[in-house]
Write a protein that binds this ligand. Structure first.
Ligand code: UD1
Ligand code: CA
Length: 454
């Protein structure tokens, strides 16, 4: 039997002061609502329901790759109203887990703890204790410590305001009870909303067992209402990721100045200096050193490679023992062989650069197929674009390209060829040839330098 999981994401999130729906704001580079879906879809045997309203099209579009039942909640009237809109899609003999699109860091292990605490005749609540419970629904217990009700902050008495145990909102309920309770909800409260939390007192009156489970940490159940909370939660997430990576053997020079926006896989003894951003899927082989202020996006970096300060590497693959930067930009499609060197102010794009080849200074190498052992002098440009078409430059093994050379593609420089510095190469060069393509120098004796008139 499948369990229904309902994710509430219809709210406007006005305190974000954003044109974008609140649940689309990212934590660790991934929209909050996607994080919730990723976690929920990893639970065994679940049917996912996504409640959307405000900017629902964008929310749905950002979750297209998950198979969810999208339910529209136009004119949202509270969390109970949201559940009512999906009621007819819930399995009458199953159970429903309710999650929130703006509570992104909820852990699978906590949800599994709730699942194993629940059974046919019990309601499971995820609660926690806060020093400052302002704004949260309070858990009201009787003398026997049994949960009797949840009272919303705005409806609570001053005595109830003292209660430190709060409702995280996340709950698991058997549908055979839930559907009846939802029918009986009203909106006679301070906010004029249908509160999902009102089902707790109904459950208590119906003699249903109410079990409470607690999360591992506060970040897991923290909701985002404004950008200050978003940034706080982002830091919590980043700290946790940094610790996880360090526990896997990665050296982070300062875990507080490290940002992961995707997945990082590391080999033995890698190290990452301060202010680096890791985005998408990044894999580092053993002994890779990343200098400060680098941004690595969807790339694989081979063993022993050293990336110096301020380099940007995107959609690229680097073999072992390469040396990159400082200030290098490897654009998508850069593929470096072992021991290749890309130095300062060098840009590469769709470039295959063979083993041991060097492009050390101030160059652009795009749409290029380069062999092994090539030396490209400073200021070399592959002219790959005529305004309409992109053309390829081919450079064979052991070619030497002198400084300040333009290689006008399509063009081929065969193995062992040498290009004189300052050349503009428009015709292919054969193996072992020397190509000069620059104006000859003329020297004039005793040149009468012009003199200023006084
Ligand atoms: C809710 C709980 C409160 C709990 C708090 C935890 C209720 C009545 N109260 O309060 O006990 O302490 O969460 O953070 O449930 N949403 C919809 N449709 C709606 C209303 C809300 O989809 O009609 C979504 C919102 O987008 C949001 C979530 O449900 O993601 C929570 O709604 P919100 O109004 O923020 O609830 P709280 O007042 O914070
Ligand atoms: Ca509210």
């Amino acid at each position: 039997m499948k369990q229904d999981v309902v994710i509430l994401a219809a709210g406007k999130g006005s305190r974000m002061k954003s044109a974008m729906s609140k649940v689309l704001h990212p934590i660790g580079g991934i929209p909050m609502v996607r994080r919730v879906l990723m976690t929920a879809s990893n639970l065994e045997n679940v049917s996912l329901h996504l409640i959307v309203g405000h900017q629902g099209e964008q929310v749905v579009a950002s979750c297209q790759d998950f198979s969810t039942n999208e339910v529209w909640q136009d004119n949202p009237q509270g969390t109970g109203d949201a559940l009512r809109r999906v009621a007819s899609d819930l399995d009458p003999v199953g159970s429903t887990l309710t999650l929130y699109g703006d509570v992104p860091l909820i852990k699978r292990s906590t949800l599994e703890k709730m699942q194993s605490a629940g059974h046919d005749n019990s309601l499971v609540l995820l609660t926690t204790f806060l020093d400052d419970p302002t704004g949260y629904g309070r858990i009201v217990r009787d003398a026997q410590d049994l949960v009797k009700a949840i009272v919303e902050h705005k409806d609570a008495t001053s005595e109830q305001h003292q209660i430190k145990e709060v409702n995280t909102g996340i709950l698991l309920a058997p549908n055979k009870f839930l559907l009846g309770w939802l029918d009986r909800l009203d909106n006679n409260n301070a906010q004029g909303e249908y509160y999902l939390t009102d089902i707790i007192s109904m459950a208590s009156k119906d003699g249903v067992n109410i079990v409470t489970v607690h999360p591992e940490n506060i970040a897991e159940v923290t909701g985002v209402n404004d950008r200050v909370q978003l940034s706080w939660l982002e830091r919590q997430y980043q700290q946790e990721q940094a610790q996880l990576l360090m526990s896997q053997g990665l050296t982070l020079l300062d875990p507080a100045r490290f940002d992961l926006r995707g997945n990082l896989t590391v080999g033995l003894d890698c190290s990452i200096d301060i202010n680096c951003i890791i985005e998408g899927d990044v894999t580092l082989g053993d002994n890779v050193q990343i200098g400060p202020n680098c941004h690595l996006k969807n790339c694989t970096i081979g063993e022993g490679t050293h990336v110096y300060d301020n380099s940007l590497i995107e959609e690229s693959t680097l073999d072992s023992q390469c040396v990159i930067g400082p200030f290098a930009r490897l654009r998508p499609g850069s593929q470096l062989g072992a021991n290749a060197k890309i130095g300062n102010f060098v840009e590469t794009k769709k470039a295959i650069i063979g083993a041991g080849s060097k492009v050390n200074h101030l160059s652009y190498v795009g749409d290029t197929l380069m062999g092994d052992g090539v030396n490209v002098g400073a200021g070399t440009i592959t002219c790959n674009y005529d305004g309409v078409n992109k053309s390829q430059t081919q450079i064979g093994d052991d070619v030497f390209v002198g400084s300040n050379t333009s290689l006008v593609a399509p063009v081929s420089i065969q193995s062992g060829a040498t290009i004189a510095a300052g050349s503009t190469i428009t015709k292919s060069v054969e193996e072992n040839q020397l190509a000069f393509a620059r104006a000859r120098q003329t020297n004039k004796n005793d040149w009468p330098r012009p003199v200023k008139k006084s």
